[in-house]
Design a protein around this ligand. Structure first.
Ligand SMILES: O=C(O)CCC(=O)C(=O)O
Length: 219
């Protein structure tokens, strides 16, 4: 049976969370590097993180807009994932492996996009792709490297924390992944080696989480 016909049951969520806690125990977490401050050890060049990117008020305002969005489950070829998304600027069709046009980035995201661009070191207009993702409790995101049509990626986390795991791309034999904590109201950046030489995944989230990601197109 395809995942698209499986409802998310309580047992399913409990199982995913139990597996997630095992993953967390097995993984070392790394100190979070910052863009401009004294930077603790980083696992990869091009990764940056700021835990205090948004205030609680800004987060609440964004969540108010997000509550009204027409989410639908993310599609990977014939499968429907449990996470739900709204795409702006472009959406990737994994069957044809092409970018397709999507509605322009919603106005409520424009100030956030401008701040995220200033933080990441690019022009706001370069973030032509935006994605709002909803993770219900127990929802995960599998190992992947973002599709090569995109270059720089930033992600803003809302409402609750999750782990993001990283391993080299392609994976190395017996390599243990490492994990970072993505706190609510934080922002991360994947650029350079962190973007192209590593892949990432999100283990099942313990509580409802939203992320807003912006991407530039590869030139
Ligand atoms: O939710 C996140 O911050 C991760 C998003 C992500 O990796 C993706 O959309 O490809």
């Amino acid at each position: 049976m395809s995942r698209s016909t499986n409802p998310i049951t309580k047992e399913h969520v409990a199982d995913r969370l139990q597996r997630a806690s095992k993953i967390f125990e097995a993984e070392p977490t790394v100190n979070q590097p910052t863009l401009f401050g004294a930077s603790p050890a980083t696992f990869a060049r091009g990764y940056a993180y700021d835990p205090d990117f948004l205030s609680k008020e800004e987060e609440a305002e964004l969540l108010g807009h997000i509550a009204l969005l027409p989410f639908s489950r993310a599609r990977y070829k014939q499968f429907l994932a449990n996470r739900r998304i709204v795409s702006y600027g472009a959406s990737y069709d994994f069957s044809s492996q092409r970018l397709q046009a999507a509605k322009p980035i919603d106005e409520f995201l424009h100030p956030l996009r401008a701040r995220a661009a200033a933080w990441a070191g690019c022009a706001a207009a370069d973030f032509t792709h935006g994605l709002v993702t909803e993770y219900a409790p127990g929802t995960d995101l599998g190992w992947h490297r973002d599709v090569p049509e995109f270059d720089l990626v930033v992600g803003i986390s809302l409402r609750s924390s999750c782990r993001m795991r990283f391993r080299h791309y392609p994976p190395r034999p017996r390599e243990k992944s490492i994990a970072v904590e993505l706190e609510p109201r934080s922002i991360y950046r994947l650029q350079g080696a962190a973007r192209w030489e590593w892949q990432h995944s999100v283990p099942p989230v313990p509580a409802l989480r939203y992320s807003i990601t912006f991407r530039t197109l590869r030139k």
